[in-house]
Design a protein around this ligand. Structure first.
Ligand code: MG
Ligand code: FE
Length: 169
C-alpha cells in the first residue's frame, strides 16, 4: 500500500514536471507572438510566475524530505503532452497556441486542487498554502484567456482576410 505521504510526494513531482513543461511551452509561445502585444505580455508575465511556481514546488518537495535529483528525472513526464500542444504550429498558430494554453491552465488547476486536498490530508499546511497561492495564479491566467480568446480570434480572422486580399493583388 502506498502511503498518503508518498502519494503527495508523487503528485508534487508531477506538478514540478508540469511547471517545467509550462516554462518550455510559454517561452515558445511568447517568442512567436508578434501581432498580439497584450497576449504576448500576459504570457511573458505568466512565464515569470510559472518559473517561481516551479521553484516553490521544488521547495515543498525538499522540505518534505524529497530528493531533488529525482525531480529532474521526472521532468520529461509531461513532455509528450506539451509537444502535442506546442509543436507543429500551423498558420493559425496563435489560435492553436491560445487554446493549448487555456487547456494547460485547467490541467494545472486540477493538479493544484488535488495537491491542496492531499496536503490537507497529511497535515501539511505550508504545502497546502503554497498550492493555494499557485492555484490563484492559474485561475487568474485561465480567466484572462477566457476573457481574451474572443478578441484574439476576431483579430486573427480579420488579419487572415486582409492578408488573403493582399496575396491576391
Ligand atoms: Mg503553473
Ligand atoms: Fe499556469
Amino acid at each position: 500500500m502506498t502511503s498518503r505521504e508518498d502519494h503527495l510526494m508523487d503528485w508534487l513531482r508531477d506538478a514540478h514536471a508540469m511547471e517545467q513543461q509550462a516554462v518550455t511551452m510559454l517561452s515558445a509561445l511568447a517568442g512567436r507572438i508578434q501581432n498580439y502585444p497584450e497576449l504576448k505580455m500576459k504570457i511573458e508575465e505568466h512565464l515569470s510566475e510559472t518559473k517561481r511556481q516551479a521553484s516553490q514546488i521544488e521547495s515543498c518537495i525538499v522540505r518534505r524530505g524529497g530528493d531533488t535529483s529525482t525531480v529532474k528525472d521526472l521532468m520529461g513526464k509531461f513532455v509528450a503532452m506539451g509537444q502535442g500542444m506546442s509543436g507543429a504550429f500551423a498558420s493559425d498558430e496563435i489560435i492553436k497556441g491560445s487554446m493549448a494554453g487555456y487547456t494547460f491552465e485547467h490541467m494545472e488547476i486540477a493538479a493544484y486542487r488535488t495537491l491542496i486536498a492531499a496536503s490537507d490530508a497529511v497535515g501539511d499546511p505550508e504545502t497546502s498554502a503554497v498550492c493555494a497561492r499557485i492555484l490563484g495564479e492559474e485561475e487568474a491566467m485561465a480567466s484572462w484567456l477566457a476573457d481574451n480568446l474572443p478578441a484574439v480570434t476576431a483579430k486573427f480572422l480579420s488579419r487572415d482576410e486582409a492578408q488573403g486580399v493582399e496575396a491576391k493583388h
